[in-house]
Design a protein around this ligand. Structure first.
Ligand SMILES: [Ca+2]
Ligand SMILES: [Ca+2]
Ligand SMILES: [Ca+2]
Length: 959
């Protein structure tokens, strides 16, 4: 009886890796082969609701599902369908064998289990045709390269098609290639001569350092010094990190991997052996591998305490091809070593599958498995610039690795003062910074600068730009072997238009759109970035794991971020939190409420789209540049994402968010609602209304049926921002940078009591506003209402003590930075509600002041108040005996002038009949004070105050 087939939608050969190509198929003929193929099943239940819950709820649900052993009966394949498929395959005229053995341990070479929804089968020229209804052919594509391909669509026998098989993948590395569009006459675009992007041309002055030194010196990783060094005896126990090393694993050309990695560690200054495991059931071959040397070198140098597991995937035995998909899969399903973090710089066999294709389904669902296994996956965005080395004239990214459940890492170039002074492309910015130009230095601070630029500090970080080494001389891109569009010299980045914008990017206010003529919207990548070369290289083992040498690429930036995530996991465990797992949303919340957690990269581009053929020469090939790509800029951009990390500030922000979501889900948010439904007040509370506008403007605040308005002058260009205030709360932030930006006036702040449930909206001039990131920041006590004319920050003047693990009798860390010359002192006290009431008395009432003193927190430095550190300076203290959910208010005393100011304006002096606000909110539990009677210069930075309710917990590694 002939087999009845059901076609698989979107499964032509071009759907596999050539979406939008429209090219003719290769031509060729049948041939003999053996290939292992993954049949990927649908899930028994859709995990979307689980994965779109907030992180805290997600972690609790995953823990409950694991405890009841129902995680995979819920979200794996339906076992009955899976087993029926095994039987149906065996019942075909030519029985098809699988890698699944019921009741036996999972096959380590090819993960084939109902839980993983994957059934690997071994096919040959006959069984392929029997299974898919069309032959696999071998031929040549239009460029003359050998490739396998098929005609028409793939089908499945109808007995199988109804069992939930939705995805397909192939262990056929290098055999199923993409097919490019006939290049036609696209381009050429006008390009500048010379370096295509700034900050990558220091040449011999480019720096090389051990990854651990880069982490400590430039990215403020939390576990450095004694917390890093195993010899100290107090180094933090960072968890297991999985490295995707397809087909390679721990095989080396000569010597033993253990001896070689330990020799590298010794060079770094690590006196213990690495704990290394390989998972290589299908064998591994022994080539030199730059990718592996980067992964191993960066991770083991930065996190010497982390056990490493290297995954060779299907390996090299039998018909295996070590396709990266198989190595990702064995990492995600390693229930023996259970890596918390998995990093990969290897792209899948296909990068450009069609939406709705079984190929994209297989790749996307693999990352969902990782999220459900509570693994954080770091994926490199790739090194091919905006064109991704695909000559279709468009911007491209690796669609198969742009999962919303993976953290995608882009590349930057970090220039020290020394490198910058030797990089002609940075001459203008160096000259301006050295001359003290405020605009330039302000921009550098947003990029992470912490020390006033000076020729005296040659090793100090100066500026971080996009990693892009493309170079044009006449019509020649590159120098023959490198620095052209086909030589992996720039961070990729762009838009995966096959999926919707992830909720965390939408909530951040992003609508990522391709810059090519298609202008398609989707998921933006990367999410984050780190150094990848240019003017800063990592000192790592050579390709054969011997010796030392400089290397880079997003393949270095990615394990660098993996090491940081692993450090944060160790801190989370120490504080009583689960590991981060899938946590992309937390990183976007952190960027919104704690912007100094990221170095914002604002300079450079990754433009490198092209078509094959034409009058330009790139790496020996004739091309025509088409000029589409992406620019770095303020905030999130499609080259460097949210930016590179300030590790400690990021860890503190994630800790605050993590504890808030896990232990304070019912703490009343400042506001309820969103821009679509409108906002209402989440509580009876006092709220600040802070105007931030380049021009003078009228502000309207609409509260329920009532409204009030006020006039605000323009904000000064360097009025302090959340980023500046939070950066300044680092002990090593240069006082000279603090005082350089003194006396920068803010706009007007008003303050009002608002009732729970009252609607709230803001207008600026004649414009309405939207709280673009309001859903992210509002749980942390503020929201910025924006229009084209500026913004009004609605914020609480009171901190809610969301303590670690919801604990009481805790210590809250207080960080202070002074940018006023008076002698100052600050008192923290507990109030009964968010309006500042104490025992029925309201701020400003007679007797309030005396009652307040009885509510003052004891400082860990003694007494119930703390003096300011002096002009430009920093100091740190703590509040003792803080209980979960305490409402913490503040009062400033200017002892020079004998004045006392409340965080509640109603208790303060009046000017023109209006009470003067002395407090300004700067994001996550951070405020600034204006110390002058009547408002003075309105710069609200005279004393910057940060409260941190979680960093003292555990060992206090973030304190
Ligand atoms: Ca940026
Ligand atoms: Ca002032
Ligand atoms: Ca000041």
């Amino acid at each position: 009886m002939p087999i009845s087939y059901t076609p698989i939608a979107n499964s032509t050969y071009l759907d596999f890796d050539s979406y939008l190509s429209g090219a003719p198929l290769p031509t060729g003929a049948a041939f003999n082969f053996t290939m292992n193929v993954a049949l990927v099943f649908d899930r028994a239940h859709d995990p979307t609701d689980l994965l779109s819950a907030d992180w805290g709820a997600r972690q609790q649900e995953l823990a409950a599902l694991n405890a009841s052993n129902t995680l995979w009966s819920t979200y794996g394949a339906k076992p009955a369908d899976y087993n029926a498929a095994v039987s149906a395959l065996a019942a075909l005229p030519t029985a098809i064998a699988t890698f699944y053995t019921p009741g036996a341990p999972a096959n380590q070479q090819y993960v084939s289990t109902p839980e993983s929804r994957t059934l690997w089968v071994s096919l040959n020229q006959d069984t392929w045709t029997e299974l898919f209804g069309t032959a696999l052919l071998k031929g040549q594509d239009q460029s003359g390269s050998e490739t396998y391909f098929w005609n028409n669509s793939l089908s499945l026998p109808s007995t199988l098609a109804n069992l939930g098989i939705k995805g397909l993948w192939f262990d056929a590395t290098g055999k199923l290639g993409d097919v490019l569009l006939n290049p036609g006459s696209g381009g050429p675009a006008a390009l500048p001569q010379g370096a295509q992007s700034i900050g990558n041309s220091a040449g011999a002055a480019a720096q090389t350092a051990f990854p651990s030194d880069i982490a400590a010196a430039y990215y403020n990783f939390p576990l450095t010094g004694a917390l890093w060094n195993p010899a100290s005896g107090i180094a933090a126990p960072t968890g297991t990190i999985g490295l995707v090393e397809p087909g390679i694993g721990t095989a080396v050309p000569a010597g033993s991997f253990q001896t070689l990695i330990d020799a590298y560690r010794a060079a770094v200054g690590i006196n213990t052996s690495a704990v290394v495991t390989d998972v290589a059931a299908g064998g591994q071959s022994a080539p030199s591998s730059g990718e592996r040397s980067l992964d191993v070198g960066v991770v083991t140098s930065t996190n010497p305490q982390s056990p490493l597991v290297l995954y060779a995937g299907s390996g090299v035995d039998g018909a295996a091809n070590g396709e990266p998909f198989t190595a990702y899969q064995s990492a995600f399903w390693d229930t023996v070593n259970n890596p918390e973090v998995v990093t990969s710089s290897f792209k899948f066999l296909a990068s450009q599958p069609a939406p709705g294709s079984p190929f994209l389904f297989a790749a996307q669902q693999l990352f969902v498995d990782a999220a459900l296994r509570n693994i954080t996956v770091l994926s490199s965005v790739g090194d091919g610039g905006s064109g991704y080395e695909v000559g279709n004239g468009l911007t491209n990214i690796s669609i198969t690795r742009a999962s919303p459940y993976g953290l995608v890492v882009g590349g930057t170039s970090l220039s020290t003062v020394d490198a910058a002074q030797n990089d002609a492309s940075l001459a203008t910015i160096v000259a301006a910074a050295m001359a003290g130009d405020q605009a330039t230095i302000w921009q550098l601070i947003e990029g992470g600068l912490t020390v006033m630029p000076s020729s005296e500090n040659q090793a100090q970080a100066f500026v971080e730009t996009v990693w892009n080494r493309y170079m044009l001389h006449g019509t020649t891109l590159g120098n023959g072997t490198s620095q052209g569009y086909l030589s992996s010299e720039a961070g990729s980045g762009g838009v995966d238009f096959t999926q919707h914008v992830p909720s965390y990017q939408r909530d951040f206010g992003l609508t990522p759109t391709t810059s090519d003529p298609h202008a398609l919207v989707g998921r933006g990548v990367p999410d984050v970035a780190a150094p990848a070369g240019g003017n800063m290289f990592y000192n790592v083992p050579l390709f054969d794991m011997t010796g030392l040498g400089p290397d880079g690429g997003t393949s270095a930036a990615t394990p660098f971020w993996a090491a940081l995530v692993s450090q944060i996991d160790a801190i989370f465990h120490d504080q009583g939190l689960p590991q981060l797992g899938y946590a992309n949303d937390l990183f976007y919340i952190a960027a919104s409420i704690a912007p100094a957690a990221f170095h914002d990269v604002t300079l450079g581009n990754n433009i490198s789209s092209f078509v094959l053929g034409g009058t330009f020469l790139s790496d020996g090939d004739q091309i025509s540049p088409t000029g589409y790509g992406y620019l770095a800029g303020p905030g999130y951009d499609l080259v460097t994402g949210l930016g590179s990390p300030n590790g400690v500030l990021l860890a503190r922000a994630l800790s605050a968010i993590g504890h808030s979501q896990m232990f304070f889900p019912n703490s009343p948010d400042m506001l309820k609602g969103d821009d679509h439904a409108g906002w209402t007040s989440g509580a009876d509370q006092s709220l600040l209304f802070q105007t931030m506008s380049d021009a003078a403007t009228q502000v309207g605040i609409h509260l329920g049926p009532d409204a009030f308005g006020f006039f605000s002058g323009a904000s000064n260009s360097f009025a302090w921002t959340s980023q500046m205030a939070q950066a300044a709360l680092q002990s090593d932030f240069d006082p000279a940078l603090v005082t350089l930006f003194d006396k920068q006036s803010q706009g007007t702040v008003a303050q009002s009591l608002v009732h729970a449930g009252e609607s709230l909206s803001v207008s600026l001039g004649s414009s309405s506003t939207q709280a673009i990131q309001g859903t992210l920041s509002n749980p942390f006590g503020f929201a910025d209402f924006l229009s084209g004319d500026g913004a009004v920050r609605v914020a609480r003047p009171v901190a809610v003590a969301e303590t670690a693990d919801g604990g009481s009798n805790e210590t809250a860390i207080v960080r202070l930075r002074q940018d006023g010359t008076d002698n100052l002192s600050i008192t923290f006290y507990r109030v009964d509600d968010l309006s500042g009431t104490i025992n029925g008395l309201h701020p400003g009432d007679a007797g309030y002041q005396a009652t307040l003193q009885g509510r003052a927190y004891q400082m860990t430095t003694g007494g119930t108040s703390i003096s300011g550190p002096g002009y430009g300076n920093y100091e740190q203290s703590g509040l003792s005996h803080v209980n979960a959910g305490d409402f913490v208010a503040m009062q400033l005393t200017d002892t020079t002038h004998g004045a006392v100011y409340s965080g509640f304006a109603q208790a303060n002096e009046t000017v023109n009949g209006q009470h003067v606000g002395h407090l300004w909110n700067y994001g996550l539990n951070t405020w600034g004070w204006e110390d002058t009677y009547g408002g003075g210069d309105h710069d609200y930075n005279d004393l910057i105050v940060g409260l941190d309710f979680t960093s003292a917990s555990g060992h206090g590694w973030l304190a």
